[in-house]
Ligand binder design. Structure first.
Ligand SMILES: [Ca+2]
Length: 222
């Protein structure tokens, strides 16, 4: 009795069928990320009232979040090093009135900082030339962003102490969707270019808080 693998090797038709299936399914492709990258599903955080879970086929995990203005989702992150952690988010912006988010981290200094309804945060919004998939300002398309205007400095948190910290997303313009968050100390890493705007696969099922953050280095070591 030939094994399934042997049958597979012997059958060009079966191989073609499987290849077609793989191409046909919207499986997130492997994306290069820095070894220290921490990838977080937006919907795996601790959501305050006023956060809406949105079913979204093009989002990682099939879901994204919408936030009323001033409402937060919180994430427990374990940062192995102090220093500057750059933050990227995968967002969907319907128009210029719904195209921004604030992000902050407790016990860390955001840069560039601004007031987010009483707390210091970075503001990330869609701007010309930020998506690799469309010219002009990216509306109605998922893309990764780390800045205000495309040429502005990338947003980061200056973290004083390694260890457990609370990262948060705060709604600024309701109707802007957020899918994933990525943290890395690699200033040169560009999540939009690396992913082509697509989701970055999360290989481990994340659980709300405590284990929401999974480092790529950890995954690769397993
Ligand atoms: Ca998601």
């Amino acid at each position: 009795m030939p094994t399934v693998a042997a049958r597979f090797r012997r059958s060009p038709l079966l191989r073609l069928a499987v290849a077609t299936l793989i191409v046909a399914c919207p499986i997130a492709h492997a994306v290069d990320v820095p070894a220290d990258a921490i990838v977080i599903e937006a919907e795996d955080g601790d959501m305050e009232a006023g956060v809406t879970l949105v079913d979204e086929a093009d989002a990682s995990g099939g879901a994204a979040l919408d936030h009323e203005r001033g409402v937060k989702t919180l994430y427990d992150v374990e940062l192995p090093e102090q220093g500057d952690w750059y933050v990227w988010i995968r967002i969907f912006c319907p128009d210029g009135d719904r195209d921004s988010y604030w992000l902050g981290m407790d016990d860390a200094d955001p840069s560039p900082a601004e007031d987010a309804l009483g707390e210091q945060a970075v503001r990330i919004y869609s701007a010309d030339g930020e998506s690799v998939n469309v010219a002009g300002q990216p509306f109605n398309i998922w893309f990764w962003d780390a800045t205000k205007a495309a040429a502005d400095p990338r947003s980061f948190f200056s973290v004083k102490n390694a260890g457990s910290s609370t990262l948060w997303v705060k709604g600024r313009e309701e109707g802007t969707l957020i899918d994933e968050i990525l943290l890395t100390q690699d200033e040169d890493y560009n999540a939009e270019v690396a992913s082509g705007g697509g989701p970055i696969t999360i290989l481990l099922a994340a659980e709300p808080l405590g284990s929401a953050a999974v480092t790529w280095a950890t995954l690769r070591a397993e």
